[in-house]
Design a protein around this ligand. Structure first.
Ligand code: GLU
Length: 416
């Protein structure tokens, strides 16, 4: 039988494996295998030409035993409810592994936002919030940006919420612009958190990352900042990057500023002067020290896992590696920093943003970086030590740490 690429089936299979190692009580296991609640809705949007298009939206609140739901909203033309369920499950394990007092949730809309005008996009965002306004809030569920959503989108959604509720509540959503209660350091937080875990991984592997090579698959928020920070904080050389339209390579290294400017100006990394074209598939198999899967799910499967040459895979994307590929990478000695640990910096600074909104007093960027570093470093070693103690791969180790924390909250509440 060929491997499943259904993200929710994958999330459940990962949990099943962890439950077995943990010898989790079967009733608890059954409860944790499913979302606690989910919303499916239609969003009619008036287009600029006067016609109306109906979009489908979702919000899944996977588990809120440890605190209010937390997780981004994704706008993607291939969005499915099972993808949102998986992402909401991974948010539950993500907030637990970095030990912040939040649960896991995720939202999505089936849409290609690049096909909408700014005014159409604003109406879609307000329509999305109108559908979930009664079910989100600082004590219930707090959305944030994800793939193809950004601070402006968060601002429109926050405004819609506040107008409908009749009071200010900036903590209802995170990843806001600074002017509206966003946090310093939220912009690069996902990449920065991942870079901190990579720094620690290199220490435990006895590897000096200075001058070492990296390739970044996905040149969005996480991938671009990973390029900058891998250079600035670790002294690495990024030799290849890609986006949905293809990739580029230069063995001497790609300068961050120039590559980013080219992407900003042309909308893609392709055709950057002085580079050769490379496909996304080729990029993943490059002979580099560190691979950063930073785009979408299921890019490393049983098909290409035997050909991955990187020593470390730092997963800034959610769900980039299938369970079959995980086994292959583990057997081949590739050190995987699993997604919900590696990319937890975003939600960690979102949590800091909620805290700052709560007391309306704002931290310096330096303070955000310091506290993020502490959280990520602690989480890294919790997982690393678990992997060594139980002789399992890092992803299962991360599950063992996270599931036990969530299960304990569920037990203490008396739910199971
Ligand atoms: N969308 C990001 C993630 O997958 C951030 C979520 C948040 O800040 O709530 O972790």
């Amino acid at each position: 039988m060929s491997e499943t690429l259904n993200p929710f089936a994958i999330a459940q299979a990962q949990l099943d494996e962890a439950a077995e190692v943990l010898q989790l009580d079967p009733d608890m296991h059954t409860f944790l295998r499913q979302p606690m609640r989910e919303f499916h809705f239609t969003i009619p949007v008036r287009m600029d030409d006067g016609s109306v298009r109906t979009f489908n939206g979702f919000r899944v609140q996977y588990n809120d035993a440890r605190g209010p739901g937390k997780g981004g909203i994704r706008f993607h033309w291939e969005e499915t409810i099972d993808t949102v369920r998986a992402l909401a499950a991974w948010m539950t394990w993500k907030t637990a592994v970095v030990d912040i007092p939040l649960g896991g949730a995720k939202g999505g809309v089936i849409v290609d936002p690049r096909s909408l005008t700014p005014t159409e996009l604003e109406r879609l965002c307000r329509g999305y919030m109108r559908n979930i306004v009664r079910y989100v809030g600082i004590t219930q569920d707090v959305p944030a940006p994800d793939v193809y959503t950004n601070p402006q989108i968060m601002a429109w959604m926050m405004d819609e919420y506040e107008v409908l509720m009749g009071h200010h509540e900036p903590g209802v959503i995170t990843g806001k612009p600074l002017e509206l209660g966003g946090s310093q350091g939220r912009g690069d937080a996902t990449a920065r958190g991942g870079i901190y875990t990579l720094r620690e991984a290199a220490k435990v592997l006895g590897m000096d990352l200075r001058g070492k090579t990296g390739a970044i698959q996905g040149y969005g928020n996480a991938g671009t900042f990973a390029h900058q920070l891998a250079e600035d904080l670790l002294g690495m050389k990024i030799v290849a990057v890609s986006d949905s339209r293809g990739g580029i390579i230069n063995r001497d290294g790609l300068d961050y500023e120039a590559t980013f400017a080219h992407k900003q100006n042309t909308g893609a990394v392709a055709n950057f002067p002085g580079t050769e074209a490379i496909s996304n598939e080729e990029l993943l198999e490059l002979d580099v020290d560190v691979l950063f899967p930073s785009a979408l799910e299921n890019v490393i499967t049983e098909k290409n896992a035997p050909d991955i040459k990187a020593k470390i895979s730092a997963e800034l994307a959610n769900g980039p590696t299938t369970p079959e590929a995980d086994d292959i990478l583990y057997d081949r000695g590739v050190y995987v920093i699993p997604d919900f640990l590696c990319n937890a910096g975003g939600v960690t600074v979102s949590y800091f943003e909620m805290v700052q909104n709560g007391y309306q007093y704002y931290w310096s960027e330096e303070m955000v970086h310091d506290r993020l570093d502490q959280k990520m470093t602690k989480a890294f070693y919790d997982v690393h030590k678990m992997a060594e103690a139980k002789n399992v791969n890092n992803r299962i180790a991360a599950y063992l740490v996270a599931v036990e924390r969530v299960a304990q909250a569920v037990r203490l509440r008396g739910w199971v």
